[in-house]
Write a protein that binds this ligand. Sequence first.
Ligand SMILES: NC(=O)NCCC[C@H](N)C(=O)O
Length: 290
Amino acid sequence: MPRHFLTGTELTRDELLTLVDRAIELKADPLGSAALAGKSIGLIFQKPSTRTRLSFEAGVFELGGNPIILRPDEMQLSRGEPVRDTAYVLSRHVAAFGIRTHADALVEELAEHASVPVFNMLTAEHHPCQALADLMTLKETFGRLDGLVLTYVGDGNNVARSLALLGTRAGIEVRVAAPAGYQLEDGTGAQLFDDPTAAVAGANAVYTDVWVSMGDEETAAQRRAALASYRVDDALLDHAAPDAIALHDLPAHPGDEITAEVLYGARQRIWDQAENRRHAQKALLELLLR
Ligand SMILES: NC(=O)NCCC[C@H](N)C(=O)O
């Protein structure tokens, strides 16, 4: 059975912590691994992508491999080719493949039929590759993960869920502050808050994401109204630990979920976080293809 990475919870705690350390090593020596020499990696994008495409395409290249970008309008999948057949054919050509799409069920069906590893590059419910880069950024900043407090403020979405699942697995206390109707479900390991100020108290990191995710466009106005008091600004950050950092997976919307002062300010590690996607995903590909 190939190893898949659909929610991230396929990794044991030890594997996750080792992956984060390996990502930091690869950042120091970007061409230090030829794990993908002679191999191609399929990257299917059924939603827009900036960071995920850049980081996977450049990362596969750095590992000596060949990234193949697949867009829906270029694939027979969008003309009715069965998911099962798509998984069979991809498995005959590439060493692993990732997909960014809406439904988690599609990724699960691909994985069920693939004979190579399948990885989730963002679905409606999960964004585990982002969480790997987030953990790496925290480890890089604080030198540890165990016992850190990370507060996510805003929409309880795919990014929040993956952060909760993988952050708690890595020993982090994850808190999520969201209004009713936008909160994560129970069972992710996160502590759920209504009040952002209470949730941020003493936190080592304060994290936010877009209020209107891809696929949520129809409810944009009601989301902005419901989340208006969940903006990450300097006043909110002042309730966190004195050396707290601000994180955002991007794209940012200054004036909505984050202020420009925080996004470009002294406490952010957001641009390192964006870079770390590449290093963390290279460590993931090494692990999946080991
Ligand atoms: N860094 C990223 O990959 N960002 C993608 C956007 C995440 C957002 N929650 C969305 O699903 O649209």
